[in-house]
Design a binder for this molecule. Structure first.
Ligand SMILES: Cc1ncc(COP(=O)(O)O)c(C=O)c1O
Length: 389
């Protein structure tokens, strides 16, 4: 059997902390056991505090794509005009779901190493004031970019459209200002910057979004895709629509607790710091970042261009086999264009930037690509050594 990696520095799922791993060893209690009911309620309340929102978030029991698809199915009504913002693989993909439920799908698509310009969204509203729902990805994990969701949200709000946000890889790494932006239906994944295992979708639903879902005759109920079925499931007196993923709740409870103990601002600063160190290291090796400029880089991961003539699969395999470091390749249509180093949750520790840069640099050198490993590691370490702000 293949040996385990020493370091999982991928774009997620991430390597959870020892505390999170220990939480997974809790016995599996009956879903209606008072202990579990209380734990579920407490976990939801702590998640609400971690999100900084005023109403209870909804936990759905499937990996984040469940929440994303459920958001489209529930919020988008058959007469709606939807504007999908595509700056990467997940953004583009959301349009395929949205298209199933709406009357007309509009799209703004930009090259996948760029982000959405708020001015383009503004211009689209001038042309089409009938847009009812807008969808955007905050941190485009396959591209390593961060969309300016705050500015986009303000435009949607001004124009009376509801906003769906995929914050799967951004929550925990950078501020997601759910109510301040404002956003209406935001999907978070526990397996990225929160540092948990995959298996849940964590949803913020605004009052306006609930009103639209309640008024939508096609919004799923008695279905795996139903958000409404789980709206009050955190209340001990309300029965779960079906058996929740018990063990995932233990892990969520633990990761949210760790996030609150550290403090959201401290967690965002930590992600910023390791992201800056990793970018410095990659540039120090002599490689090029994938995003067109550093201002649009996501703090959750670093994407860099695959050097000419090298194969992403070979680089990843060599790096894993020889140095025990697992990194991510390109995803979807970006498969042959880039490689990605994740720094999310527990792996957003500054020293890991030097680990990933050293392993990637030496791998490339082994494979015949000219890079300067020493300069890369030194550049990363110079940022790591800077005192935390
Ligand atoms: C932005 C984004 N959305 C959604 C998802 C969930 O998708 P998947 O099931 O491919 O992990 C991910 C996971 O990588 C993601 O990064």
């Amino acid at each position: 059997m293949t040996a385990e990696p020493l370091f999982t520095l991928t774009a997620g799922p991430v390597q959870p902390s020892a505390e999170t791993i220990r939480s997974l060893a809790t016995p599996v209690y009956d879903q209606f056991d008072p202990y579990f009911l209380e734990l579920y309620e407490d976990t939801t309340e702590n998640l609400r505090i971690a999100m900084g929102v005023s109403s209870a978030p909804v936990i759905m029991h499937g990996e984040a794509v469940l929440g994303l698809e459920a958001a489209a199915a529930s919020l988008i009504a058959r007469d709606d005009v939807v504007l999908n913002l595509a700056s990467g693989v997940y953004g583009k993909g959301y349009g395929y779901w949205a298209d199933r439920y709406c009357r007309e799908l509009l799209e703004i698509e930009v090259p996948y190493n760029e982000v959405i310009e708020p001015a383009a969204v503004e211009a689209m509203f001038v042309e089409r004031p009938d847009i009812a729902v807008v969808a955007v990805v905050h941190s485009e994990t396959p591209s390593g970019t961060l969309n300016p969701v705050g500015d986009i949200a303000a435009i949607c709000d001004k124009n009376g459209a509801l906003l769906i946000v995929d914050a799967v890889s951004s929550f925990g790494a950078v501020e997601v200002d759910f109510e301040g932006w404002p956003a209406d239906l935001v999907v978070v994944g526990p397996q990225k910057a929160l540092g948990g295992p995959p298996g849940l979708s964590l949803l913020y639903v605004s009052e306006d979004a609930w009103a639209k879902i309640d008024a939508n005759p096609d919004a799923p109920t008695a279905s795996m895709l139903s958000i409404s079925d789980w709206r009050n499931a955190h209340k001990a007196e309300v029965k779960f629509p079906f058996t929740p993923s018990t063990v995932e709740i233990y892990a969520l409870n633990s990761t949210v607790d760790q996030y609150l103990r550290e403090g959201p601002e401290a967690a965002w600063t930590r992600h910023d710091r390791v992201a800056a160190a990793t970018r410095a290291g990659i540039k120090g090796l002599g490689l090029e970042l994938w995003p067109v400029n550093e201002a649009i880089c996501s703090p959750a991961l670093t994407a860099f261009k695959l050097p000419d003539g090298s194969s992403g699969a070979d680089v990843r395999q060599h790096c894993r086999e020889h140095y025990g470091v697992m990194i991510s390749g390109g995803y979807g249509e970006l498969t042959d264009s880039l490689l990605r180093i994740g720094h999310m949750g527990p792996t957003a520790h500054p020293i890991f930037s030097a680990v990933s840069v050293a392993a990637v640099g030496q791998t490339l050198l082994d494979l015949g690509v000219e890079v300067d490993v020493g300069s890369g590691v030194a550049a990363a370490m110079a940022r790591v050594a800077e005192p935390a702000a």
